[in-house]
Write a protein that binds this ligand. Structure first.
Ligand code: NDP
Length: 334
């Protein structure tokens, strides 16, 4: 099995030298185990945090450990009754072309006609569930709300915008880092307004895009985006704090929003969350999302990088903004 492991811990932006690509001999299957040829591997922003030797909501990777995370593949050998050869399965064993382990760690999923199995890493998986939970449970979206989402052309953000619309938002505003992405937000994902945060201060652009203020902020970015949202909030506004990708590769402490007093004077509610604590919403999410996908009410994009040996480049590219929608790696077995 070809696997990508953490070789050393980065300071600031990771480089290829922080990883090593190794070949691992697989043991024969023990009773209850399955072997899976992976089709797609997920690269995700939270993996950057796990490369640091600090406690977070997921434990750090150990040096020499294979980069674990979401992956989807097909069962090629099974010594377990619950899983058959040919089944498509989702698991958390991450950046390896062949994965093997106890069948309990592999979830058999149906193949939806017309939908690639990579969808289980995005629109039918963790990132879209994050959007769903963050918007509906954490921010408590209400009919008519004006919603602002940062990182809006990414895996989570593109779902936040579309789910907001489908669940009754009055106005949906998004920010992203290129003109192409900004165009996609309004032309394809149904946002009412969008802007490129690199063009001018977020505060100014948000004021223009949401002249009546915002009621909900879905934060993927942190920093000046969060400060701008605090400035734009109407009384009683609510924020789901999902991520702060502008800070993941920073070497010094990040500057906090300078207008925290607005939380008091406007009676705002800001709530952080990690999706792993809200998996009980998975069935409702899947029911809604499969319906929306089938009816064409939700569209999704993926950026596919070929070859497990390019996983590191895909991961770095994700943090540089080279993806639209979910970034995935396709292994040669796909
Ligand atoms: P995305 O698909 O959104 O990819 C990351 C994107 O971040 C890039 O495409 C880039 O887009 C943007 N970005 C990078 N640097 C910056 C910056 N300095 N300022 C603004 N935008 C930047 O990733 P995901 O959808 O997987 O994740 C989005 C966020 O959600 C992350 O913060 C992640 O940590 C968080 N998350 C949290 C979860 C939770 O349980 N709380 C679960 C899953 C994700 P652009 O070109 O627009 O800059």
């Amino acid at each position: 099995s070809t696997q990508v492991q953490l070789a050393s811990r980065p300071t600031g932006w990771p480089t290829a030298e922080n990883f090593s690509i190794v070949t691992v001999e697989l043991d024969d299957l023990a009773p209850g185990e399955v072997r899976v040829a992976n089709d797609f591997l997920s690269v995700d922003p939270y993996m950057r945090g796990r490369m640091n030797d600090v406690k977070s909501y997921t434990p750090p990777y150990a040096l020499g450990e294979t980069m674990t995370g979401g992956a989807v593949g097909r069962v090629v050998a099974s010594a377990a009754d619950s899983v058959k050869v040919g089944d498509t399965v989702v698991h958390q064993l991450g950046w390896r072309d062949v994965a093997q382990g106890d069948a309990a760690g592999f979830r058999v999923v149906p193949v939806v006609p017309g939908v690639p199995t990579s969808a289980y890493l995005g629109v039918l998986g963790m990132t879209a569930l994050t959007a769903y939970v963050g918007l509906l449970e954490i921010a408590g979206l209400r009919e008519g709300d004006t919603v602002f989402v940062s990182g809006a052309a990414g895996a989570v953000g593109s779902m936040v915008g579309q789910i907001a619309r489908l669940k009754g938002a009055g106005r949906v505003v998004g920010s992203a880092g290129t003109a192409e992405k900004v165009a996609l937000l309004t032309d394809r994902y149904g946002f009412d307004a969008a802007f490129n945060y690199k063009d001018a201060p977020v505060m100014d652009q948000l004021a223009q895009a949401a002249p009546g203020g915002i009621d909900v902020y879905f934060d993927n970015v942190g920093g000046d985006h969060l400060e701008a949202a605090l400035g734009a909030f109407n009384d009683g506004g609510r924020a789901a704090l999902c991520g702060a990708i502008s800070q993941y590769n920073a070497t010094g402490p990040a500057a906090g929003p300078r207008n925290m007093a607005n939380i008091v004077t406007r009676g705002l509610m800001l709530k952080g969350f990690t999706v792993g604590n809200y998996v009980q919403h998975f069935p409702a999410f899947m029911a809604d999302m499969t319906g929306w996908l089938t009816s064409g009410q939700v569209v999704f994009d993926e950026t596919v990088v070929d070859g497990i040996e390019n996983s590191v480049e895909a991961f770095l590219g994700l943090m540089r903004g080279e993806n639209t929608g979910k970034m995935v790696v396709r292994t040669t077995s796909a």
